[in-house]
Design a protein around this ligand. Structure first.
Ligand SMILES: C[S@@+](CC[C@H](N)C(=O)[O-])C[C@H]1O[C@@H](n2cnc3c(N)ncnc32)[C@H](O)[C@@H]1O
Length: 405
């Protein structure tokens, strides 16, 4: 029977309700993961918020922000913690390193490894490590080792069976592969062309091979492996922003005024139902289309000059003085259905809109129904002719190969 929380619920009742929710939606699947969530008092790691908020399953509890209000640290949402712990498959007796602390997730890991295991949690920020150490002690988890360090740098701590990175990473620093036992896994929210997937990779010599990937979002990594996206504002204001994540940056000046040119439209006959997920389309386009970035529209400044498929983050491609983005139009009300298309602007509008429309077709015919791609990370120096077929995204320390079945 599912536990329903009420205003007067105790921490234990709220904890049970949170676990019931995460089980019912399929995020928690393993009994030992459920038991860890039932054992650790989440509210003890976020004393600033009410009991009800602490046990709200999809809410991250932000503990530190930068001067612009951007979250720097949080106790992550229980839902994303459960998703990653399911992926990581932590077993009793393992040595586990967590990169990005908060205390709570480290306590969950401590429950999973048991008294024979070993948990080290690393954070770059002394505010976070002080807090984590204090709350871990208070909740009875002083066996977790809390370390103040940049987790992307080499450390002298031996090999780990599992590394769990709980901060958004752009690269897979070689220091991580180096401290992973052969056959061990790293679970990491990895950003590729602006799209983040929590990927569990298994170490195979100097390669990392994915065993699972899930959509997720995270605060960005700081320190030596930090990587900022490159922002282009084609209208000169924050109304429309284009973000580019990899090393090839578009010419900002060439795009000025592009959205004031006539709009070209292409439609594809490829349709999608209301709430039907299509995140694999974004990933397909990101890997296959050159000049890929993400477009966002500021709701308050929106003059409806652009109508992307998603105003928060929509695939866009840029070439010189032209761009095109993924669009959606409603084709039926009952049931609610939409058709994919593309809008193009600038001298190359037709060609770029055709490119997107064509790849929407390839995706729906060849990849939409499949299990999604596998990801393999090769050391950065690997030559092109040493890589199997696939889409390559180059990082600083690794080359990510995306292979679609
Ligand atoms: C989402 S929080 C971690 C949540 C935590 N695992 C929990 O128990 O819910 C991300 C953390 O990563 C830390 N961080 C950012 N860059 C880092 C780096 N290079 N090395 C270690 N920690 C880092 C931030 O200071 C922040 O505390």
């Amino acid at each position: 029977m599912t536990t329903v929380p009420s205003p007067g619920s105790t921490a234990e009742e709220l904890r049970r309700a949170m676990v019931d929710h995460l089980r019912a939606e399929g995020t928690i699947r393993k009994e030992r993961v459920a038991n860890a969530f039932l054992a650790v008092p989440r509210h003890a790691f976020a004393p600033e918020v009410s009991l009800a908020e602490a046990y709200e399953p999809v809410q991250a509890l932000v503990t530190k922000r930068d001067e612009n209000g951007l979250a720097l640290s949080s106790v992550s949402a229980a839902q994303i913690q459960a998703l990653m712990l399911e992926q990581a498959d932590v077993r009793p007796g393992m040595r586990v390193e967590e990169i990005g602390s908060g205390g709570y997730n480290a306590a969950l890991i401590a429950e999973l490894v048991g008294s024979e295991g070993d948990v080290v949690t690393v954070d770059i920020d002394p505010f976070v490590t002080d807090r984590a150490a204090k709350f871990l002690d208070g909740a009875g988890y002083s066996r977790v080792t809390v370390v103040l360090a940049d987790g992307s740098e080499p450390v002298d701590g031996g090999l780990f069976d599992r590394i769990i990175v709980t901060v958004g990473a752009w690269d897979l620093p070689s220091a991580w592969t180096d401290r992973l036992a052969e056959g061990g896994t790293i679970t990491v929210p990895l950003r590729m062309r602006g799209l983040t997937r929590s990927i569990t990779f298994r170490r195979d010599g100097d390669r990392l091979v994915s065993v699972s990937a899930e959509v997720c979002g995270f605060v960005k990594m700081q320190g030596a492996a930090a990587h900022d996206e490159f922002l282009v504002l084609p209208r000169g204001t924050a109304e429309v922003g284009l973000r580019f994540d990899e090393l090839d940056r578009p010419d900002t000046g060439a795009l000025t005024g592009v959205l004031e040119t006539p709009r070209v439209e292409r439609w594809t006959d490829v349709t999608v139902g209301n709430r039907e997920p299509f995140d694999s389309l974004y990933l397909w386009l990101a890997g296959v289309l050159p000049g890929f970035g993400l477009m966002s529209v500021d709701q308050e400044l929106d003059t409806k000059t652009v109508a992307p498929a998603n105003k928060m983050a929509c695939p866009v491609i840029v070439e010189g003085d032209s761009l095109a983005y993924l669009a959606l139009r409603k084709i039926s009300e009952d049931p609610l259905r939409f058709e994919f298309g593309a809008h193009g602007f600038g001298p190359g509008a037709d060609r770029l809109a055709d490119l997107i429309a064509e790849q929407v077709g390839v995706w729906t015919r060849e990849h939409r129904a499949g299990d999604g791609p596998t990801f393999t990370a090769y050391p950065a120096g690997t030559a092109d002719d040493q890589l199997p077929d696939g889409q390559v995204i180059d990082k600083k320390d690794v080359r990510i190969l995306i292979s679609w079945p």
